[in-house]
Design a protein around this ligand. Structure first.
Ligand SMILES: C[S@@+](CC[C@H](N)C(=O)[O-])C[C@H]1O[C@@H](n2cnc3c(N)ncnc32)[C@H](O)[C@@H]1O
Length: 374
């Protein structure tokens, strides 16, 4: 929710993660620390953590999740590799509590996602051979949900509308077994360059990467006539990212949230206009209802009965906020409840046959154009 203590504390949380990260001692300069302490009215560094711990008791302990890239290896081989590196494999976890209790050189198979290994927080694999060779992807568990829930059949045509740096694209390719076609779009040149390298390293083939505003992609272009799946992970406030480098001092302003939500509604509605679309996943790493349930509700209303929400992953413990009837079909994730970053996922499916057009949206007063930055 927009004004929850967790949302308000997010920027501070980000700073504190940098502050406490073992791998980056001194990441927050002394002057910055002093300024933070004055701002929060505390005298000791450790006091800065108190409000964060109250809001997110175990936020500092999100495990290191490792997605096995099945384009290059399999789960059993990855487990054997880590065992040879001195890690003890404890089998498949039975509960989130088991993940929380992980320590030392021990690891588990995740209880929800089949190709996800779980290591203690802050285990660093950036120099590990499996990572540098693209056999594993370092990806938070919540961020693995969108491709997993979209679950495109091998051979399908899929759009990844806001794709860079490409973690979800490579996950989609693994699910497709590199069979089919992925059309991936992003507007950011630098992120696209990183994505290209990452996809090559991960052994992804059968994708077309375009630097293009997805809103300008023509749904009627015959090129996209077989697109039955879309993954839409648009720019958002990022308020669910517990260790992101903070770029704003406070929680996003109401104006920024409104601008983001406006973009998200527009891009979701555009995605639904692809004529062969059957299933779409909408996701954000935001905690704000305005960017999540409210966006889904507004766009579903706009499209009348053409699309419906699917009750995604019924065994997932954390559901959408009760913003509208049926919102519990959406998924939420958080450090406290699911031991992941904060995240939101909704799965939409075409309801019945035909290619309905959206209902005319009510006319709004013209506002000054605002650029929405990532
Ligand atoms: C949350 S990030 C996507 C992360 C990505 N799905 C992944 O898993 O690696 C959102 C992305 O949307 C891109 N973006 C923003 N506006 C866009 C637009 N109009 N069309 C296409 N991409 C856009 C941003 O550049 C950013 O890379």
């Amino acid at each position: 929710p927009a004004h929850s203590p967790a949302a308000a504390l997010q920027p501070l949380l980000g700073k504190l993660f940098r502050l406490t990260a073992k791998s980056h001692p001194g990441a927050v300069p002394q002057a910055e620390l002093a300024r933070l302490k004055v701002q929060q009215k505390v005298s000791r560094n450790e006091d800065l953590l108190a409000p964060v711990q109250a809001a997110y008791p175990r936020a500092c302990q999100v495990p290191r999740y490792v997605r096995v890239n099945t384009l290059k290896t399999c789960v059993d081989d990855a487990i054997d590799f880590f065992k040879r590196q001195g890690y003890s494999y404890l089998g498949k976890a039975a509960s989130v509590e088991e993940l929380r209790a992980l320590s030392g050189k021990k690891f588990l198979l995740d209880l929800h996602l089949p190709e996800l290994l779980v290591f203690p927080p802050e285990t660093d694999f950036h120099d590990n051979l499996l990572y540098t060779s693209g056999h594993i992807i370092l990806q938070d568990k919540a961020s693995c949900l969108p491709a997993f829930l979209l679950s495109p059949a091998a051979g399908s045509h899929v759009i990844d509308a806001c794709a860079a740096p490409g973690n979800k694209t490579s996950h989609l390719a693994a699910i497709l077994k590199n069979k089919g076609q992925i059309f991936a779009f992003d507007v950011d040149t630098k992120r696209l360059a990183t994505m290209n390298t990452m996809l090559m390293r991960a052994g992804v083939t059968g994708f077309q990467l375009a630097q293009q505003d997805f809103l300008t992609v023509d749904p009627r272009d015959p090129k996209y006539s077989k697109v039955t799946y879309i993954l839409l992970d648009p720019s958002c406030s990022g308020s669910g990212m517990v260790n992101r480098v903070p770029r704003e001092e406070a929680a996003p302003s109401a104006e920024r949230l409104q601008a983001l939500a406006g973009f998200q509604r527009k891009v979701l509605s555009h995605a639904l206009s692809f004529p062969a679309l059957q299933r779409l996943v909408y996701s954000t790493c935001s905690l704000h209802r305005e960017e999540n349930e409210d966006v889904v509700q507004a766009v579903l209303q706009e499209w009348g009965s053409a699309f419906r929400l699917v009750n995604a992953f019924p065994s997932w413990p954390c559901r959408g906020l009760a913003a509208f009837s049926g919102a519990e079909s959406c998924l939420r994730a958080s450090p406290a409840d699911t031991l992941t970053h904060g995240f939101f996922v909704a799965v939409l499916e075409r309801h019945g046959e035909g290619t309905a057009a959206p209902r005319a949206a009510p006319k709004k007063r013209k506002r000054k154009k605002q650029r929405v930055k990532e």
